[in-house]
Design a protein around this ligand. Structure first.
Ligand code: NIG
Ligand code: FE
Length: 425
């Protein structure tokens, strides 16, 4: 008896380390499971219709996969092959980097003075408002192309530099256009509550009302975002304002995320747990109770090591404590024009290992498999398992630990998205 075998479009062999991150129970990796990357030596994978149809040792894959004259065979000569990186927190739609501010910051100018000189988020809001949608699109596209070259095949992008209905929608349309034109997975988050815009400084309640009554309903009605995020911080939005904004988003079908406890412990982690938020991000100042509450509620902590690296203080979230508490954790770039000016996820794993004391395996779990859950894409991306999208990277090395250890270079040699090699137009 012969069984009909699915014919592959693509078969990849010669994967010295095939880092699959497969996990049989399909739950997020926590504690010691973060270290188990489910690596197959001399592995292979097969793809049909953009999805993985076989992943395993070379002999098994070859014996169980059908081929035709059209099947593309790629031998990667012993390289590491791993899932595409999942960057679950970015602010990629901006116009210009804040380079003056960078000089001031490294010279030791305190943030309050930088803000008084017109720096910070307000500066980027001015840049975004002055830019046309076409201009923003072309700049953002270049940055996303660069992120893909560095291995990102799923990216979340927030608004938050418009701070008015018109300009927030403009930013989110840029994200939608990129989602529609690129083969990678692009996920949008509304961050109208990133700061109080200058023109509303005397009427913060008026701005919160505008977010709740004008922006969220419109964003939800136009399907422009899946998530609603708030910068909960002294000088940005209070805990109470954050709760109102996130609850109104939840009623409109937008899942909640919080920029929490970045500069001060505002109780953002506890709030995320009580609201059933998907994640709380930053968490540099989160206290033990916040960690415990998030772990119990299953809320993801998103660590943003680039933000710490970009500041002279190099103050980091207590990642080891969070792992030990059993928190669900991910790493992201926080790519933005001021505080974390890098789209490189490999670089984030480096900082996370060297300074947050994560192991290279833990960091890779937090940069692939776990963030897929944050974005609700765990059935599709984050690991190399049959049925998932064939988003994978061929690295310029033979040991996955080089991704973190060999910093300041791009370890990614080839990027495949849905089974096709990415070549920027
Ligand atoms: O996540 N913390 C708030 N917002 C951004 C930074 C925005 C900026 O500096 O432009 C962040 O780091
Ligand atoms: Fe951020």
């Amino acid at each position: 008896m012969t069984t009909k075998r699915v014919v592959a479009d693509l078969i990849v062999t010669g994967c010295g380390q095939l880092v699959t991150l497969a996990k049989s129970d399909g739950t997020p990796r926590v504690r010691s499971a973060l270290k188990d990357l489910a690596i197959i030596a001399d592995g292979a994978l097969a793809v049909a219709g953009g999805r993985l149809i076989s992943v395993g040792p070379r002999d098994v894959v070859l014996a169980t996969t059908g081929t035709s004259a059209q099947t593309n065979h790629v031998d990667v000569g012993g390289a590491v092959v791993m899932p595409g990186l999942v960057d679950c927190h970015t602010h990629t739609v901006f116009a210009d980097y804040r380079l003056d501010e960078y000089e001031w910051r490294v010279a030791g100018t305190p943030y309050a003075e930088i803000a008084a000189r017109g720096g910070g988020i307000a500066k980027s809001v001015g840049h975004v408002r002055a830019a046309s949608e076409a201009e923003l699109l072309s700049r953002t596209r270049q940055r996303v192309h660069s992120a893909i070259r560095h291995g990102t095949t799923t990216i979340e992008i927030k608004s938050g530099y418009g701070l008015s209905l018109e300009h927030e929608l403009k930013q989110l349309r840029v994200v939608r256009t990129l989602r529609d034109e690129l083969p990678i997975t692009v996920v949008a988050t509304f961050l109208g509550a990133h700061a109080i815009p200058k023109e509303m400084a005397a009427d913060r309640e008026g701005y919160v009302q505008a977010v709740v009554h004008d922006m969220i309903p419109r964003v939800a009605a136009e399907g422009l975002a899946e998530f609603n995020d708030v910068f909960c911080e002294v000088g940005a939005f209070s805990r109470e304002e954050t709760e109102r904004i996130l609850r109104s988003g939840q009623r409109a079908g937008l899942k909640a995320r919080i920029h929490a406890d970045e500069l001060t412990d505002t109780g953002g982690a506890e709030l995320a747990a009580s609201l059933g938020a998907v994640s709380a991000d930053h968490l540099k100042k989160t206290n033990d109770n916040g960690i415990d509450r998030m772990a119990k509620a299953g809320v993801f902590g998103v660590l943003l090591p680039g933000t710490s690296f970009g500041l002279p203080s190099l103050e980091l979230a207590p990642a080891r404590k969070m792992v030990d508490a059993g928190m669900r954790l991910a790493i992201a770039t926080d790519f933005n024009p001021g505080s974390s000016t890098s789209e490189s996820m490999p670089m984030m794993t480096s900082i996370a290992c060297s300074h947050m004391r994560l192991s290279p395996a833990e960091a890779l779990s937090m940069a692939t498999y776990n963030p897929a859950f944050v974005l609700g894409r765990e059935g599709d991306v984050g690991s190399l398992e049959v049925g998932k999208r064939a988003d994978f990277l061929v690295l310029d090395c033979r040991d996955y630990r080089e991704v973190a250890n060999h910093f300041g270079i791009n370890p990614v040699a080839r990027v495949f998205v849905a089974g096709r090699e990415w070549v920027a137009a």
